[in-house]
Design a binder for this molecule. Structure first.
Ligand code: HEM
Ligand SMILES: *[C@@H]1O[C@H](CO)[C@@H](O)[C@H](O)[C@H]1NC(C)=O
Ligand SMILES: *[C@@H]1O[C@H](CO)[C@@H](O)[C@H](O)[C@H]1NC(C)=O
Ligand SMILES: *[C@@H]1O[C@H](CO)[C@@H](O)[C@H](O)[C@H]1NC(C)=O
Length: 322
């Protein structure tokens, strides 16, 4: 009896710990919406061609969706106290109009078939490929369904803040099934995109009672950031990887971590513990496995906590439950 219940517990645990992953498939829409997947790519590429800064924003939008109730497009819902109003999301997330446009065009092809969650997942991939990320691409298995609940409180407790410590980052990602190495690899996405000056005001001007500027920042780098983000500036946006003038996909983030030239304490934290620094050094090396490991981690991220089968729904408008 004891053995049986232990076994039953293990089976139950395994079922809970591996949510529905195997049920997604790259050919999910082959018969129900054969041109849907390519339509997503076509529409996303036209948006990125006119504003390539939307690519990192769509990548982040997908991440923020997946870490809260799984990749179920809950981040897209316009509801009171929804995920959009969470600390890390308000006045920060971008790209919603891209998803709306894609959804409208896919609905015109195959009404009520392709989920907003699948569209967001494909859009993040297609946007980054169009961004011109050398060698970057990843597989997006399909068949996610859309959630009906969106909660700011859940987003606040599931999304790591920019002042997270190494241990907090490890725990946050491990709660979603990621190893420390995968956490370090996914953090490398901060090699692209921008931050608002408001997010780094504290590190630049009001760090602690003894040090107004975070001493972890390289002194010249801090001086440069202060010229770009004046005291009190909450609106300007600056590139997160300042090592090249044009925003491109590369492994420079990891050298920036080592050199004290990253935007957030959570970035700096990766080198503060040997268990993180080892992976930072590996990703920084000349023969860095960063891009292929990032691609693999994105395919994994895209399947966190997904709804499949008859769970959830297929929205017609990504901002509202049906
Ligand atoms: C490790 C924990 C992480 C923390 C604490 C964090 C925090 C942040 C913060 C505070 C910003 C700037 C937001 C703003 O100022 O408006 C940002 C931007 C960004 N993050 Fe993260 N992030 C993390 C992990 C990730 C992951 C896993 C991804 C993607 C896989 C990601 C992708 C991005 C991108 C692409 C941007 C730039 C967005 C844009 O240009 O619109 N981040 N992140
Ligand atoms: C699904 O469609 C893609 C693209 O048209 C094709 O390459 C693939 O072979 C198809 N797979 C199945 C199982 O029909
Ligand atoms: C990216 O990967 C997808 C899926 O494997 C594939 O259909 C697409 O052609 C790839 N794009 C590029 C530019 O290699
Ligand atoms: C600086 O930080 C302190 C303590 O967190 C806070 O009370 C104060 O309002 C901050 N000042 C500014 C100008 O942001």
């Amino acid at each position: 009896m004891k053995t049986f219940s232990l076994l039953a517990t293990c089976i139950l645990f395994a079922a809970v710990a591996a949510p529905a992953r195997a049920q997604l498939s790259v050919t999910f829409y082959n018969s129900t919406c054969p041109s849907g997947v390519s339509k997503v790519g076509e529409v996303v590429r036209s948006w990125i061609t006119s504003d390539r800064t939307l690519a990192p924003s769509l990548l982040r939008l997908h991440f923020h969706d997946c870490f809260v109730r799984g990749c179920d497009a809950s981040v897209l819902l316009d509801v009171a106290n929804g995920e959009k109003s969470a600390f890390g999301n308000a006045n920060s997330l971008r790209g919603f109009e891209v998803i709306d446009d894609v959804k409208a065009k896919v609905e015109a092809l195959c009404p009520g078939v392709m989920s907003c969650a699948d569209i967001l997942s494909l859009a993040a991939r297609d946007a980054m490929v169009e961004f011109g990320a050398a060698g970057l691409n990843w597989t997006v298995p399909l068949g996610r369904r859309d959630g009906v609940v969106s909660s700011a409180a859940e987003a606040n407790s599931n999304l790591p803040p920019p002042f997270a410590t190494f241990q907090q980052l490890v725990t946050s990602f491990s709660n979603k099934g990621f190893t420390t190495r995968e956490m370090v690899v996914l953090s490398g996405s901060h090699t692209v995109g921008a931050t608002r000056c408001s997010t780094i005001q504290g590190r630049l001007y009001n760090f602690s009672s003894t040090a107004p500027t975070d001493p972890a920042l390289d002194a010249n780098f801090a001086a440069s950031l202060k010229t770009q983000c004046q005291f009190g500036d909450t609106t300007t946006k600056i590139l997160m990887d300042q090592s090249t003038p044009v925003d491109i996909w590369n492994k420079n983030y990891y050298a920036n971590v080592i050199n004290g030239k990253v935007m957030f304490q959570s970035d700096d934290a990766l080198k503060r513990v040997a268990a993180g620094k080892t992976f930072v050094q590996i990703m920084r090396a000349a023969n860095s496995p960063f891009t292929p490991e990032f691609a693999a981690a994105m395919t994994k991220l895209s399947q966190v906590g997904v709804l499949t089968g008859t769970s959830g729904q297929i929205r017609t408008n990504c901002r509202a439950v049906v």
